[in-house]
Design a protein around this ligand. Structure first.
Ligand SMILES: [Zn+2]
Length: 245
């Protein structure tokens, strides 16, 4: 890892007071949660050649709920996952009042588990589940422990609060996320190739001083970045926490 890059990142953070972190699947891989886009081939083999995007769609949920929940339990829920260095570093930044917010495409809830409060979960959170009939809320364990279609005490189907393909993003989460990005002085984009719209277009709202991209693969934001680090974000933040910069 390039020492100069780390030093520059550390300086940007020191100088900033309204950092926003925008993250995707690459933030959680160090917690043992695979990036389901890069693991796509694996799912295709296992699931009768149905692409995960189809199984995780709103229409599939209503038409084939049992198959949906089989896949969802097997691949989307990771009860053993714990926050990694990326999550812990961001919690430290929020405690120091440097971080305005986290915008994430991940549904694993690990930023909240690490202690962060201002988290904008664009695609929802597997820990929030609601009965479609009576609106009672249920923990993830209820889905994990059930077989077939998970049901509320009232008999209604329990639906995870995750945004399925074909469903719109939650309006107020989007408004909050865009507001934070608009007001940020530094934006750190990490662990996402920015393939998912409309989230990718949120970047256009950024008017601050420092755009930092930390990602192992190229992203459309690379050209605009003031600092580009081609490394895993957990490793980068671990180095900053170690103070070896
Ligand atoms: Zn119910």
């Amino acid at each position: 890892m390039n020492r100069e890059d780390l030093r520059m990142l550390s300086e940007f953070i020191d100088r900033s007071r309204r950092i926003v972190f925008f993250g995707g699947a690459g933030v959680s891989t160090a917690s043992g949660i695979p990036d389901f886009r890069s693991a796509r081939g694996l799912y295709l083999q296992q699931e009768g050649n149905l692409p995960p995007e189809m199984i995780l769609s709103s229409s599939f949920f209503y038409l084939q709920p049992e198959l949906f929940f089989d896949f969802y339990r097997k691949h989307m829920l990771h009860p053993e996952a714990k926050p990694n260095a990326a999550h812990l570093f961001l919690y430290e930044l929020e405690k120091k009042d440097k971080l305005r917010g986290i915008v994430t495409q991940n549904i694993d809830g690990l930023h909240k588990a690490a202690g962060n409060i201002r988290v904008y979960e664009l695609h929802g959170n597997v820990h929030e589940n609601r009965c479609m009939d009576c609106n009672a809320s249920w923990p993830m364990e209820k889905i994990l422990r059930s077989e077939g279609i998970p049901r509320c005490d009232c008999g209604g189907v329990i639906k995870p609060n995750v945004v399925l393909y074909g469903e719109p993003l939650e309006k107020y989460v989007c408004i909050g996320a865009r507001r934070e990005i608009t007001n940020a002085d530094t934006l750190i984009l990490a662990g996402t190739s920015l393939a998912v719209e409309p989230a990718a277009s949120f970047l256009d709202d950024f008017r601050g001083k420092h755009l930092v991209v930390i990602n192992q693969e190229p992203t459309p934001a690379d050209e605009r970045a003031d600092l580009l680090i081609r490394e895993a974000v957990a490793e980068v933040f671990q180095k900053l926490m170690d103070g070896t910069v």
